[in-house]
Ligand binder design. Structure first.
Ligand SMILES: [Zn+2]
Length: 113
């Protein structure tokens, strides 16, 4: 469970931005890939706990899951890897290479007007 550490690091970034913007953050979007996927519920819970008593208290956190892409070795097609159907979307080959997974990213922060 790395959600607690992730929540704290994201929280610190948002607090720093809020100080610079001199505004109260209302929501933020973070994105993550498949190998470093966050559990939404754990993440919300960890973030809420970490944000309590800070300027980020009660702000909304949206977690976007970026699909993992793979490239087929047989037909060269690039497709979105589906764990429930781990085969090329074009030719059904099971031989493919994973593309680089999306990093964990703090995408946007929205502040109160
Ligand atoms: Zn293929």
């Amino acid at each position: 469970m790395h959600e607690t550490a992730v929540a704290e690091s994201i929280l610190n970034t948002i607090i720093a931005q809020a100080e610079t913007a001199d505004a109260k953050p209302v929501s933020a979007v973070i994105s993550c890939g498949q190998f470093n996927a966050l559990n939404d519920e754990c993440m919300q819970f960890a973030f809420e706990a970490a944000a309590a008593g800070t300027v980020c208290e009660s702000m909304l956190l949206n977690i976007k899951h970026v699909p993992l892409r793979a490239k087929c070795k047989k037909c060269d097609a690039t497709f979105e890897f589906d764990v429930y159907k781990p085969a090329c979307s074009q030719c059904d080959s099971m031989e493919f290479d994973f593309k680089r997974d999306a990093p964990l990213l703090l995408e946007t922060i929205e502040f109160e007007e």
